[in-house]
Design a protein around this ligand. Structure first.
Ligand SMILES: Nc1ncnc2c1ncn2[C@@H]1O[C@H](COP(=O)(O)OP(=O)(O)OP(=O)(O)O)[C@@H](O)[C@H]1O
Ligand SMILES: [Mg+2]
Length: 238
């Protein structure tokens, strides 16, 4: 079986500064794969490149059997790759429901869109309760739910989440992580970037540790969770 996403020797630079220095990894259908690592490791740069927002200076990206190298960002979404960005980027003055609809901007199957809006409300009931309110009135955690719901509105084959737990209270973080576990159990394929290594590795099939633009360690979520160097560097143990 070939992987849903294959990244090979990917290099990305900002001007002369190489932020991603030749990384390779794959994501199989149905898997949760996580990229962990400290600030500035190149995680966000990697996701933005997969989305077509940045162009690589080298390497290959194959998604669902085709090269993404020359495919523009909006077409990447319609091929089935959705991105819930770092910082969420919801539209605060628009209603919650309109924010969700934006995630379906490339679709014209009206009935399917309504179905998926309902599915987002089933997943996150608070969004349904407040559907007519401005999205800016949501708490940080609720905005994260909206960003995830919006990304799901394109019915992606692969959902990329950039730091969904950032800045959230422990309870809200748990809620977001359990939703990711629920999506996984429904068969959603997820590429998860997280600074909360414990939470991410606990639910990931595979993980990769990034440091200054390189993948320095890879393994199953469980193996990395028990790896001594990971425990020291990322799980706050000495
Ligand atoms: N627009 C930009 N212009 C120049 N350099 C950038 C830009 N965006 C990111 N960088 C640099 O690229 C490197 C990788 O950044 P990136 O945001 O991908 O890291 P990250 O792993 O997502 O970090 P964090 O955990 O803090 O979100 C960093 O050194 C960063 O300063
Ligand atoms: Mg980042």
């Amino acid at each position: 079986m070939t992987a849903l996403l294959e990244v090979e020797d990917l290099r990305v630079a900002y001007g002369k500064i190489e932020a991603v220095k030749g990384i390779s990894f794959t994501v199989d259908a149905g898997e949760v794969v996580t990229l962990i690592g400290t600030n500035g490791a190149g995680k966000t740069t990697t996701l933005r490149t997969l989305s077509g927002l940045l162009r690589p200076v080298g390497g290959q990206i194959r998604f669902d059997g085709r090269s993404l190298k020359k495919v523009p960002a909006h077409q990447i979404v319609s091929l089935g790759l959705a991105h819930s960005p770092e910082g969420r980027h919801i539209f605060p003055r628009m209603t919650i429901e309109d924010n969700l609809r934006l995630g379906a901007f490339l679709r014209n199957d009206k009935a399917g869109i309504e179905q998926d809006i309902q599915r987002a409300y089933d997943l996150f009931p608070i969004l349904g309760e407040r559907r007519k309110q401005a999205a800016g009135t949501l708490s940080g955690g609720e905005q994260q739910m909206l960003a995830m719901g919006r990304a799901l509105m394109s019915r992606p084959k692969l959902l990329m989440l950039d730091e969904p737990s950032m800045g959230l209270s422990p309870i809200m973080m748990q809620k977001i992580m359990s939703t990711i576990a629920e999506l996984k159990s429904q068969g959603t394929t997820i590429l998860l970037v997280e600074q909360n290594a414990q939470a991410a590795l606990s639910l990931a099939d595979h993980g990769h540790v990034m440091e200054v633009g390189n993948i320095v360690l890879s393994g199953s979520g469980q193996d990395l969770l028990h790896d001594e160097s990971v425990r020291k560097a990322y799980l706050g143990e000495d």
